[in-house]
Write a protein that binds this ligand. Structure first.
Ligand SMILES: Cc1cc2nc3c(=O)[nH]c(=O)nc-3n(C[C@H](O)[C@H](O)[C@H](O)COP(=O)(O)O)c2cc1C
Ligand code: SF4
Ligand code: SF4
Length: 252
């Protein structure tokens, strides 16, 4: 099984890597923005993973599934979403799309991890609390891998009930908001030193360095990678003030 994932602050990458290790699976693990993604897509069995965004699938992943609609027929796909609190049918969003193109969904898990939105006060936890959340998630993955080895695949987020929870819990109210944020990245020119870390790491190449300062375009998939890893704390997206920079390496 090859894995293809989007991960802004590393949570999803961490869970994918752990699950495949626990399964003893030595397939490829490839970020969705990597040049190797088409090769990874050739496997008959795939793991697709992404962070839940407003109980929905990030546009980069949705577009990837749609763009490659001809390859899904007959493929077995296991889905992972990570979330800060509530995913509803985070896995279901991709499952419905993939099934439309003929994929067979073998199962899915929705894993609670540290919240990646560093510029909103809500949900903020201490580093110690976040470490505890990650530890709990890691223990869950060990249990899930054991079940999967016995052929019992979890079906989290894939039921009709989960669909309703995701739809009415968040998606209906936030869908337009998320879509309207593709061009809302704010970079403070007084703080930016033009180091280029944000530009190099953005999965959608949404940032360029112009005259020694970072400038954003209109293709932000809201992954929060640049917000989390800017060494000068110069970037915000949903909020105006940075309260915490996320990043899995702080919690493992
Ligand atoms: C724009 C945005 C929207 C989010 N919406 C949700 C949400 O609806 N429910 C939730 O539980 N977590 C939500 N989160 C939190 C992330 O899903 C969570 O922190 C995830 O583990 C981040 O994974 P990553 O580090 O792989 O990007 C959101 C994060 C972002 C950046
Ligand atoms: S990472 Fe921060 S300081 Fe570096 S170029 Fe980007 S915005 Fe500027
Ligand atoms: S601009 Fe920043 S938040 Fe938006 S997709 Fe790129 S790295 Fe992610």
């Amino acid at each position: 099984m090859n894995a293809i994932y989007l991960s802004g602050t590393g949570n999803t990458r961490h869970i994918v890597t752990l699950l495949l290790n626990e399964l003893g699976n030595d397939g490829k693990i490839v970020p969705i923005e990597s040049d190797d993604v088409m090769e990874a897509l050739e496997a008959d069995e795939l793991l697709i993973a992404y962070p839940t965004m407003f109980s929905n699938i990030p546009y980069l992943v949705r577009d990837f599934i749609n763009r490659n609609q001809n390859v899904w027929k007959g493929k077995k796909v296991f889905l992972i979403t990570t979330m800060g609190l509530f995913a509803g049918d985070g896995t279901g969003c991709a499952a419905r799309l993939l099934k439309k193109y003929g994929a067979v969904i073998t199962g899915g898990i929705q894993v609670k991890m540290p919240d990646s939105i560093g510029d909103c006060k809500a949900l903020k936890k201490t580093a110690e609390q976040n470490r505890a959340i990650v530890k709990k998630a890691e223990q869950r993955i060990t249990t899930i891998a054991k079940q999967m080895k016995e052929g019992r695949y979890p079906q989290e987020g894939l039921s009709f009930r989960a669909h309703l929870a995701g739809l009415f819990g968040q998606r209906l109210w936030f869908y337009n908001k998320a879509m309207s944020y593709t061009n809302k990245l704010k970079i403070n020119p007084d703080k930016c030193v033009g180091c280029g870390i944000c530009a190099k790491s953005c999965p959608t190449q949404n940032i360029r360095i112009v005259d020694g300062k970072a400038t954003a375009n209109a293709q932000c998939t809201m992954c929060y990678r640049c917000v989390s890893y800017c060494p000068k704390q110069a970037i915000t997206l949903l909020g105006k003030t940075l309260h915490q920079q996320a990043g899995i390496e702080k919690y493992t």
